[in-house]
Ligand binder design. Structure first.
Ligand code: SF4
Length: 290
């Protein structure tokens, strides 16, 4: 398999074959993201991709495949369909194909096209929503507004494809912390994804956010501020059936909860930790008890 540049994948795709179909991210403008900075986006040629597919076919049965990089959904349908068909021709045992997508690339497809991708094995789409706050979405240059995010998420779900969304604790800084948390609970509830993950924003050198951080224009909440946002998001969420994780805080408070069933339990736990202001209360082992 040939890989170019930075390759990332969601944690849940750890056992998947990573098939690189694009290099970089077609958007590449988010102010907090340094993953593909300096990388020129391109869709790999069919020949390049097919070579990797044929090689993967020699590995034996492969149940899960993840299409890299940042947004394989941007590939025009006329190019993406033959790639997926070739995967089924050469690789045996495929049960699920996953990919990152952004709202813009989802909205460029018609509902019929998304259903066609589902029929060809696309079983999960990972969408970075980051925040439900309209002003913040614009400020972080996410490339989509609230309504577009919701519409994109719903298109995936309506096609019968599982949807996993991520949001970013701390992306509003201390200044917009509360409104970010409340609006994010609202957008999560409206999208109603199968999976939701809260990550913690990082200030990565080379990004616009890092410059704002260095110049004092962006101030990160402290660990209890992050937990406060997490508590607000979960307490105000109205999911039908969602597996909610908070890996961000692998150092602080890793949560893996089923919502709405474990909502009260999760919120109580988070506020107990916040009110104790005791770092020792942030023991992963105890918190994993959820
Ligand atoms: S869409 Fe995703 S990969 Fe692309 S710049 Fe934004 S956060 Fe980074």
């Amino acid at each position: 398999m040939k890989y170019e540049g930075m390759i990332i994948r969601p944690p849940s795709e750890a056992r998947s074959l990573l098939l690189q179909v694009t290099v970089g991210c077609s958007h590449n403008k988010c102010t907090f993201c340094g993953t593909y900075k300096g990388e020129r986006f391109r869709i790999k040629s069919y020949e390049e991709i097919e070579e990797d597919i044929i090689e993967a076919g020699t590995y034996g049965r492969i149940e899960k495949i993840f299409l890299c990089d940042g947004d394989a959904f941007i590939i025009p349908q006329r190019k993406l369909v033959p790639i997926l068909k070739s995967m089924h021709t050469h690789i045996k045992g495929i049960k699920r194909i996953g990919t990152y997508a952004n709202a813009k690339s989802i909205l460029r497809k018609t509902p019929d096209e998304i259903s066609e991708l589902r029929d060809l094995g696309v079983g999960i789409v990972y969408l970075g929503v980051e925040t439900g706050n309209e002003a913040l979405l614009e400020q972080i240059k996410k490339g989509a507004n609230y309504g577009q995010m919701v519409q994109a998420g719903k298109m995936i779900k309506d096609a019968g494809i599982e949807l996993s969304v991520t949001v970013l604790l701390g992306i509003g800084g201390i200044e917009k912390s509360r409104e970010h948390a409340l609006d994010t609970a609202r957008i999560l509830s409206e999208i109603d994804p199968d999976y939701a993950g809260a990550l913690t924003v990082m200030t990565v050198p080379g990004t616009e956010l890092y410059e704002d951080y260095r110049n004092g224009r962006f101030i990160l909440p402290d660990v209890f501020g992050f937990l406060e946002e997490l508590g607000i998001m979960i307490a105000n969420s109205k999911f039908t059936k969602c597996f909610f994780t908070s890996n961000h805080a692998s150092n602080y408070l890793p949560l893996r909860v089923r919502l709405p069933e474990q909502k009260e339990e999760a919120v109580r736990l988070i506020y107990n930790v916040i009110s104790s202001r005791n770092n020792r209360a942030l023991r992963p082992d105890y918190l994993r008890g959820l």
